[in-house]
Write a protein that binds this ligand. Structure first.
Ligand code: PEP
Ligand code: MN
Length: 336
């Protein structure tokens, strides 16, 4: 349910409503808009909320039928801006995240970090815990990998995002990185989502391989319901009958998510296409379609990469792509 307060409502009016709701055991979320305040209410007994409609400062009480509440635009009509250090996701600027699929060595990460720091890329990616399809593939450097990322952050002034795959890795990632990535394979690992809800770091929540947008938003709701509102959604391609690409990039998720939710959305053109020379066109299309950011795999030497080399850009190609994005951002009223 949402309670739309009248334009003329004073802070005391708002407190009167929220006090009554809290006393009745409802969870209350206030969204202070420019025009008016909206109070999101979570709880079962809808008649009691409707009764508040008779208060003078209340304009109307509206039921929210969608299963997600905190992440829905009904509860929070204005766009949410998620801050990762000094980087803002969901504002006017389109944020580029780039780096290797996996942390492989100090040299590899430092080379990538140095290059991207000169391109206007503000966030470094790199997996230290890798959820690989095969148990025989490189599984990541673990804590040593996180320390390498942290060293690159110090040296080049970049923010760092890296994936957590379970509770133990989450504790380490929360300590060493600026943002926690929850990968496609863990999007519905509800115990992990609850734990992510309890940490004080922003979350990059990737869409599951076969998840609907509603399932994805419910996963975000788990994180928000457990206390962490700093969520960035990431579309990374979904499984369809098409086999030429690794996955099918669902670009329509951008306007759909923007309508349903206030959370920022970034696009991963790397895992969706699976091939480096298809990354740039889809990255540009994503910016044109209104994405708040991109996460792109890039490697100093893709041919030698221990994971996802085929879809990784080399560093000159990444620089070329980032340069080309500025004009597209500009054409849709954004900046890079
Ligand atoms: C990754 O970002 O390297 C990754 C494993 O992504 P996804 O979870 O989208 O497959
Ligand atoms: Mn990868």
């Amino acid at each position: 349910m949402i309670i739309v307060m009248a334009k003329t409502a004073t802070p005391d009016d708002i407190t009167a409503v929220t006090d009554r709701l809290k006393a009745d055991g409802f969870q209350v979320h206030i969204s202070q808009g420019v025009e008016r305040t909206i109070i999101g209410v979570i709880g079962e007994r809808t008649e009691e909320v409707f009764r508040l409609g008779s208060m003078q400062a209340v304009e109307q009480v509206v039921p929210v039928r969608r299963p997600y509440k905190l992440v829905s635009r009904d509860f929070h009509p204005e766009d949410t801006v998620v801050r990762v250090g000094n980087v803002r996701f969901g504002g006017n600027r389109v944020v580029v995240i780039a780096g290797p699929c996996a942390v492989e060595s100090r040299d590899q990460v430092m080379q990538a970090a140095e290059a991207i720091s000169h391109m206007g890329v503000s966030v470094l990616r790199g997996g230290a815990y890798k959820p690989r399809t095969s148990p025989y593939s490189f599984q990541g450097m673990g804590l040593d990998g996180l320390k390498i990322l942290a060293a690159a952050r110090e040296k080049y002034g970049l923010m760092v995002v890296t994936e957590a795959v379970d509770h133990a890795s989450l504790a380490n990632v929360a300590e060493w990185a600026d943002m926690v990535q929850i990968g496609a394979r863990n999007m519905q690992n509800f115990e992990l989502l609850k734990a992510v809800g309890q940490i004080g770091k922003p979350v990059l929540l990737k869409r599951g391989l076969s998840a609907t947008i509603d399932e994805w938003l419910m996963a975000a709701e788990y994180v928000a319901a457990h206390g962490n509102p700093n969520i960035i959604l990431c579309e990374r391609g979904i499984r369809t009958y098409e086999s030429k690409t690794r996955n099918t990039l669902d670009l329509s998720a951008i306007p759909v998510v923007k309508q349903l939710s206030h959370l920022p959305i970034v696009i991963d053109p790397s895992h969706s296409t699976g091939q480096w020379n298809w990354v740039a066109p889809m990255a540009r299309a994503a910016v044109a379609a209104g994405a708040d950011g991109l996460i792109i795999e890039a490697h100093p030497n893709p041919a030698e990469a221990l994971s996802d080399g085929a879809q990784s850009l080399n560093l000159p190609h990444l620089a070329e792509l980032v340069t080309s994005l500025a004009g597209i951002a500009d054409a849709v009223g954004r900046s890079l």
